[in-house]
Design a protein. Structure first.
Length: 133
């Protein structure tokens, strides 16, 4: 079942930041521990947040690899999952299912057809507590 929304909020805001450990596209890893994993004939996923911060006021900050700008989003702990969304309307959402959340890490998931229209692409970002080395 996972944590309560209150526990999820506590766990997510506890670390100073979370670092990206792995990216999977349609179940296949394409990035792990700082290295891109080439997938023959697969989708290339080369824009990812290397670190993220959850603020108690509902602000979510992410830093993309190779970009010095810090991007701001919003987050909310719902009954079964945490939702992260851009501040722009209709821009899509990322979900953190409570089943994947612990004080040490979490999975952030989304589904989009932007990469391989009209086919849906499932993306999972796995984060672990602590800043990038």
């Amino acid at each position: 079942r996972g944590p309560s929304p209150e526990q999820a909020m506590e766990w997510l805001t506890e670390p100073e930041s979370w670092r990206l450990k792995e990216v999977s596209v349609n179940g296949s890893p394409v990035y792990r521990d700082g290295k891109v994993i080439e997938q023959f004939g697969g989708l290339t996923f080369n824009r990812y947040m290397k670190s993220v911060i959850f603020h108690p006021d509902g602000k979510f900050e992410g830093s993309f690899e190779g970009d010095s700008k810090v991007y701001q989003f919003s987050w909310i702990a719902e009954q079964e999952q945490v939702i992260v969304r851009d501040t722009l309307p209709n821009s899509g959402i990322w979900r953190i299912p409570y089943r994947s959340l612990s004080p040490k890490g979490f999975d952030m998931e989304t589904e989009t057809n932007a990469y391989d229209p009209p086919n849906p692409t499932r993306i999972r970002l796995q984060f672990t507590a602590g800043s990038n080395p």
